[in-house]
Design a protein around this ligand. Structure first.
Ligand code: ADP
Ligand code: MG
Length: 274
């Protein structure tokens, strides 16, 4: 079982697109996948065509009213489950302010879920902040994937994000590792994109070997800018269901295969201890 938080506190970098298409792609490869929508904007839920009636239980209820993930997750495709979000989740941060152990609610909920239902992958689509929802994802996950857009400000803000993972590693989840960086909206024909990727690799390989990102890799699959990826959400479909033959589908399929190949990498302790 692998649990992966897809995280970056910047908006618009490709977190949701990556979470949804990675989850859908893994499911198409025969993996049992549960996608958790942790963003109050509920973009991942909408991307998979889930529109909920007003009083339907969502992940907000897992955080605030002890609904189990099993009660809220729904089947959205073969082998693919989604724990949906709703706008209520925007209030969770404040509502949890006085709750003891609020950083570990999701971890407990996932442990309870795994006790009754096995999954090969849990993918968490994080909101664009480093607040309590993201900290919950980092406490519950074993791995972090960071999508980023390789432009000249890409590395700006990365140190804050990495500090947060280091803090969570020290205080809440010592098994957490930043295992992959996904370059999204990649411009194949610019030097800048290649330069940013190079700088990033240099930064990773020169890091303190004890840092949670020290063994992180930049995925060789680059997600090119492709209009089909931007269109698919409005049809409530993953890229594989919306346009199976387009550069966006090719790139995400290649990422899926790379992610599956990491399962074989012996030195990465990927399976989270039960
Ligand atoms: P985040 O979740 O980090 O805010 P999104 O995944 O929602 O980012 O992406 C932001 C916007 O860019 C969305 O409208 C999405 O459809 C679009 N988008 C994401 N990746 C690509 C891509 N590779 N090519 C074209 N558009 C993309
Ligand atoms: Mg998003």
């Amino acid at each position: 079982m692998r649990s992966i938080a897809v995280m970056n506190q910047k908006g618009g970098v490709g977190k949701t697109t990556t979470s949804v298409n990675l989850a859908a792609g893994l499911a198409r490869q025969g993996k049992r996948v549960c996608l958790l929508d942790l963003d109050p904007q509920a973009h991942a839920s909408l991307h998979l065509g889930v529109e909920l009636p007003a009083n339907a239980p969502t992940i907000y209820d897992t955080f605030l009213s002890e609904r189990s993930l099993q009660q809220i997750r729904r089947l959205v495709g073969p082998q693919l489950w989604l724990a949906p979000a709703s706008i209520d989740l925007a209030a969770a941060e404040l509502e949890l302010a006085d709750t003891q152990g609020r950083e570990l609610i999701l971890r407990q909920a996932l442990d309870d879920l795994f006790a009754v239902e096995p999954y090969d992958y849990v993918i968490m689509d994080c909101p664009p902040s480093l607040g309590v929802l993201t900290v919950n994802a980092l406490s519950a996950a074993r791995e972090v994937f960071i999508p980023l857009q390789p432009h000249f400000l890409a590395l700006h803000g990365l140190s804050k994000l990495l500090e947060t993972t280091a803090l969570v590693t020290r205080r809440l989840n010592r098994d957490l590792r930043v295992s992959g960086i996904v370059l999204c909206m990649y411009e194949t024909n610019t030097r800048l994109a290649a330069d940013v990727a190079g700088d990033l690799q240099t930064f990773l390989s020169s890091s303190d070997p004890e840092a949670p990102w020290a063994n992180g890799q930049i995925f060789t699959s680059r997600i090119r800018r492709n209009i089909k990826l931007a269109e698919a959400p409005s049809f409530g479909k993953s890229i594989f269901d919306y346009a199976a033959r387009c550069p966006g589908a090719d790139d995400y399929l290649s990422l899926v295969q790379e992610v599956i190949a990491m399962e074989q990498v012996g030195e990465l302790p990927l399976a989270r201890a039960a």
